[in-house]
Design a binder for this molecule. Structure first.
Ligand code: ATP
Ligand code: MG
Length: 229
């Protein structure tokens, strides 16, 4: 079984359809060096989440291949994959538990590790402002968080596992611009340590990305930096 060491991702000539004859992704070629930050933008239905699903092995491509650190995706053990690849899903979920437990998610983490993850996710400040800080109950019957705060918490949860690769499927364009800036900073600061692939609804969220891919009807229509696009 292969191990994820650096977090380099290579995608070659990937094609995918949920149903035969209805291609959703076509001819996708990508190279994401370890520690780089890539943004993915595109209209609704263009295939952004589908591409992440394939990278996460939720589905299998019918043609083409995906390798991480040179290892075919399917040859990476499940535990290894889970430990090294973090996901911030499009719809973050909260447990009916404290902020601390929502970040630790059953992993044996010290308070320092939980706080370091929250700090890296730019979530520490808003957590400290909650009535009971890291002990504040969330989820059903718990404190209400904004969509943006949930996203920051979800980033903290993913980073607490010290992943080599982080996938983020931004929930919505409807987060306030202050939170958006926090997400933007958190992602940019991971450069060099974590390979980040972030689906964004606004180009501004991924303005600091090394490269932004524009998906259009399942194909990469453009790629370049924020300044180039
Ligand atoms: P959004 O910005 O709305 O999240 P997206 O770019 O993430 O859109 P996808 O969710 O990847 O788009 O969807 C791409 C296409 O695949 C759409 O036509 C969608 O209807 C279809 N699709 C997505 N998920 C499924 C599924 N589980 N089964 C069948 N078709 C699907
Ligand atoms: Mg999507």
């Amino acid at each position: 079984e292969g191990a994820v060491t650096r977090g380099e991702i290579r995608v070659e000539q990937l094609d995918f359809a949920y149903r035969p004859g209805l291609p959703v992704l076509r001819d996708i070629d990508l190279h994401l060096p370890a520690g780089s930050f890539h943004g993915i933008v595109g209209h609704t239905g263009s295939g952004k989440s589908t591409l992440l699903s394939l990278l996460l092995r939720f589905y299998r491509a019918e043609a083409g291949r995906i390798r991480i650190d040179g290892i075919p995706l399917e040859a990476i053990g499940e535990d290894e994959f889970r430990a090294r690849v973090g996901l911030v899903p499009q719809e973050p979920f909260l447990l009916a538990a404290t902020v601390r437990e929502n970040i630790a998610m059953g992993r044996a983490l010290s308070d320092g590790q939980v706080q370091a993850a929250a700090a890296a996710a730019q979530a520490h400040d808003f957590i400290e402002r909650l009535e009971q800080g890291y002990d504040t109950p969330l989820g059903e019957g718990g404190a209400r968080l904004s969509v943006g705060q949930k996203q920051l918490l979800s980033i903290a949860r993913a980073l607490a596992g010290l992943p080599r690769i982080l996938f983020l499927d931004e929930a919505t364009a409807h987060i306030d611009s202050e939170t958006e800036q926090l997400v933007q900073q958190a992602l940019a600061r991971l450069r060099g340590r974590v390979t980040v692939v972030a689906i964004a609804h606004r180009l501004s969220t991924v303005r600091d990305a090394d490269r932004i891919l524009v998906l259009n009807h399942g194909r990469i229509a453009e790629r370049g930096t924020h300044a180039e696009l």
